[in-house]
Design a protein around this ligand. Structure first.
Ligand SMILES: [Zn+2]
Length: 296
């Protein structure tokens, strides 16, 4: 499952390749699961829109679109290799909304590919967005937990952005929370996009045990956690940034250089700081790893 740093890396890679490009046409597959918005709405929103910006929000990739019905769409008689069951009539040419967003969630196995049209279409391709530059943006997802949707104006991802949140807001998130701090970190309504690995690594760096009740943690320790979350995510993004290739791959299992884990997945191994054995506990169904000596 791609985590926040991978999604950030993918979003940056895609931004480099498609920002400024214009969507000519959209093909959507027959499978319903990947489409969170109705197919006709996705097609109508995307077609003839200019991709103004690509960015990450939580674990979503958001394409900011500028609607410009005056953009000519050249005809591509041979462009459709498959039938277009969901293609919308009119393709949004009558829409008066100047801005919209296309939102992609990669789920477990979702991938966004930017490629030339002659590149063979991978199995489990659910969407092909043809661009004026001649390239295609394809969404491939074997397990179909990924989601495509469109939003008028602004998409609300919920929660606050862990890389942007200031200390005051961060501290407030945990006020009165009786849940373990680990669960609070994973709660997408509080912080968007912090996954299991990064939550464990952040807690280790901040010296806080995953089971500690969120509300019982001092402001001083929350300040350490605030720094640690950003540090861990930024380091992972910096590492991921060097591993992206032309073929934007979001497999989550290969292609990404992983942060060296200090506790995550290291049960029974010596702590890198104090040599105590790293412990593993299950909190709300998720494995949590910590050092019993370094974390209080
Ligand atoms: Zn230790």
């Amino acid at each position: 499952m791609p985590e926040l740093p991978e999604v950030e890396t993918i979003a940056r890679g895609i931004a480099k390749r498609v920002t400024g490009d214009v969507v000519e046409s959209v093909w959507l597959g027959q499978k319903k699961e990947p489409l969170k918005s109705p197919a006709a709405e996705i097609a109508a929103t995307l077609e003839r829109s200019r991709i103004a910006r690509v960015r990450r929000m939580g674990k979503h990739i958001v394409f900011d679109l500028e609607r410009n019905p005056s953009i000519g769409v050249r005809s591509r008689a041979n462009g459709h290799r498959r039938k277009q069951p969901h293609k919308a009539k009119g393709a949004g040419a009558t829409s008066s909304k100047p801005r919209a967003q296309w939102i992609v969630h990669l789920g477990m196995t979702g991938r966004l590919q930017v490629c030339d049209p002659q590149v063979e279409i991978a199995k489990h391709t659910h969407a092909i967005v043809r661009l004026a530059s001649g390239r295609e943006l394809r969404f491939v997802d074997p397990r179909r937990f990924g989601r495509l949707s469109v939003a008028a104006e602004t998409f609300e991802a919920g929660g606050v952005e862990p890389l942007d949140v200031d200390l005051e807001t961060f501290v407030t998130l945990f006020n009165g929370r009786k849940t373990p701090i680990k669960s609070a970190l994973l709660n997408q309504k509080l912080l968007r996009g912090v996954g299991n690995i990064y939550a464990d690594e952040s807690l280790f760096r901040a010296g806080i045990r995953p089971r500690r009740r969120a509300a019982s943690i001092s402001r001083e320790n929350l300040a350490k956690l605030h720094v640690a979350v950003k540090e861990v995510l930024r380091e992972a993004i910096a590492l991921g940034g060097s591993s992206i290739s032309d073929y934007v791959d979001a497999d989550g299992e290969e292609g990404f250089f992983q942060l060296q884990h200090r506790v995550y997945g290291r049960e029974g191994e010596p702590c890198l700081v104090c040599k105590s054995k790293v412990k593993r506990v299950v909190i709300a169904g998720r494995s949590s790893h910590y050092c019993p000596k370094c974390q209080k």
